[in-house]
Design a protein around this ligand. Sequence first.
Ligand code: SF4
Ligand code: SF4
Length: 334
Amino acid sequence: MGEKDRLKKVIFIKNPNKIKDALQFFGLDDYSNKKTLVKLHMGEVKNKYYTKPDFVKLIVKTLKKNSAKPFLYDTTVLYNSKRKYVEGYKKVAELHGFTDEIIGCNVIIDDEGIPVEIEGNTYFVGTELYKVENIVGISHFKGHIASGMGGTIKNFGMGGVTRESKRFMHHSCKPVFNKSNCKYCGVCSEVCPFDAIDVKDDKWNINEDSCFGCGVCTENCKYDAINYVKNDLSYFLACATKACVDNKKIIYINDVNRIARNCDCDPNSGPIICPDVGYFVSDDPVAVDAASLDSIDKLKPNVFQEINKVDPYKQIRYGEKIGLGTSSYELINL
Ligand code: SF4
Ligand code: SF4
């Protein structure tokens, strides 16, 4: 096998109408007569940048034309929002145009899950997601306050599991202070993007509510005085994604447009920090995120790292390390 054959294929399209050709490239025949889960984030109330119904409709239409039986899917969220409950999320989906009448298929919001073990931790994968074999992932690609960026790995890793697992991931990435190693230099306080740490004289305090588990403090402490409860959020996102996607037929689509500073869970996720790029499609979750991130890096080098102070490539490196996929890809323009 030559070097080129080992690379994962990632299709790039600028024109959304070409999505059917991109989907076909990865084998739509496998979806014929199969219940097909379309995983997407349907946007927080007042958020402007989530993937729009027109594009989702194109995908659903293509799937139905190939005799697939699609339905839109997401899980309830951890934080206080209408989307914390199944009925509330359904109302938000309706408000944003994700209805059977507009899209051409129904919407399922999950609140329960099935346990899957990855790297020694248990993740509760949404029940419907666990049960289906055929999936299309649609992920809006943008910045993220705790993981630098959010794309496919974020969409499945956080969006594919139950609130219990979301809580586990957030809790496990909180820093733990080791008083005996601390030199009270204040570096952790200076680098924390969320002003969660306060260091004064020989006192070190953390505001747990402000901490997002990004890991910037632990990476910058030279004295090994802060560690995670378990690991950083990017690691858990990669592992939870693996729990959701292993042994399934999946085509991943990244909508790399309306690239806002923060995620679609934020009602005020702007400003836009990079011009629109287009759409990336692959059957590898790591390759599709790597290609999307590289494309933004070419236009706006390091923009996510500079704005959110978290290395967005961490998710990709963890993904490779745990066997979720590869960042070695061949980009094909359609
Ligand atoms: S960077 Fe490390 S040594 Fe310095 S104050 Fe923070 S925890 Fe203590
Ligand atoms: S993990 Fe991130 S948000 Fe939490 S205290 Fe450390 S730098 Fe701040």
